[in-house]
Design a protein around this ligand. Sequence first.
Ligand code: DC
Length: 227
Amino acid sequence: MTAKPIIITLDGWSSCGKSTLAKALAKELGYVFVDSGAMYRAVTLYLLRNDIDIANEQQVQQALTKIELGFVFNPARGASDILLNGENVESLIREMKVAEQVSKVATLSAVRKFAVQQQQRLGAAKGIVMDGRDIGTVVFPQAELKIFMTADRETRVRRRYLELAATDPGISEEAVRENLARRDYMDANREESPLRQAPDAKVLDNTNLSPEEQFKIALLWAREAIG
Ligand code: DC
């Protein structure tokens, strides 16, 4: 008998390796991996490109009707790249320009509604690993396995800095530190769907874990949940 597919959610602070773990789990289990942060980032990119005033709810609503998000599998990354109205914007959405605005955009309730609807559609058939901030609390409160990831801030700053410096040699560690502190604050303190640990989530603090060690732990949890 083949095991029934489940939903695995991975929420947690910025830059604690959620996507890396989610991707590895999905690959091992033959599940779909969805990086929900990429959806907020792609919306942000659209709003920036079109000079939309994010304080103007009507303008934002109007803009959302013109946005179509999609995913295309990128074999080189072993994960899906995000498409914004058909354009592959996977690398553009990782730039500082977007990182600086995305937390603010993610506070807008129209944007959250837009993203959550699409996320729920993507998970309708289960067999999915989705990472984000509110996936276990709001998007899939019924998920069979919820993981809450954390790591201390300096560890996360270092990891994000190294990641960004690989493509942007001009980046300073201090700028990354400030951006992360601001994002942590906004993620945890926004009114709508703030970052919270679901009461039934399993906590994974990876400050002192290698990617392999954390993968082993999460895979064990996943196998237990799948049954
Ligand atoms: O995971 P990330 O850094 O790519 O996420 C980008 C931003 O989007 C981050 O500031 C928080 C927000 N986000 C969110 O509010 N809800 C999600 N489910 C995923 C991301």
